[in-house]
Design a protein around this ligand. Structure first.
Ligand code: H2B
Length: 100
């Protein structure tokens, strides 16, 4: 099982991410795209990656907004798997023309 990482260190490595309030350590990023097509294109790319690596975001979408929460359930906190997924999300968002 992946080991839990110190949340502060993870957040230092991911300037676009914040601590997500809740009962277990998690990180969040809120993204805004040009429209639903761009937002769902982004989600589709991330979904294919999540399926491949068996690590899935908790997320919420309304039109052009996507809110993503990452944590590793079986570790009860944030691990390298979340860090890897967050980096992929940042790259994919940039490639999909994220606005904010
Ligand atoms: N996704 C996330 N974010 N955390 C997990 O611990 C996790 C997952 N576990 N996707 C996987 C699937 C687990 O349920 C299977 C059984 O490996």
């Amino acid at each position: 099982m992946a080991e839990r990482l110190e949340l502060n260190e993870v957040l230092e490595a991911l300037p676009l991410w914040r601590s997500h309030p809740g009962d277990r350590p998690a990180i969040e990023r809120k993204l805004v795209f040009a429209d639903f097509n761009a937002a769902f294109g982004f989600m589709t790319r991330v979904a294919l990656r999540a399926d491949k690596v068996d690590h899935h975001p908790e997320w919420f979408n309304v039109y052009n907004r996507v809110e993503v929460v990452l944590t590793t359930h079986d570790a009860g906190g944030v691990t390298e798997r979340d860090l890897d997924m967050a980096r992929f999300i940042d790259e994919t968002a940039a490639a999909t023309g994220v606005k904010a």
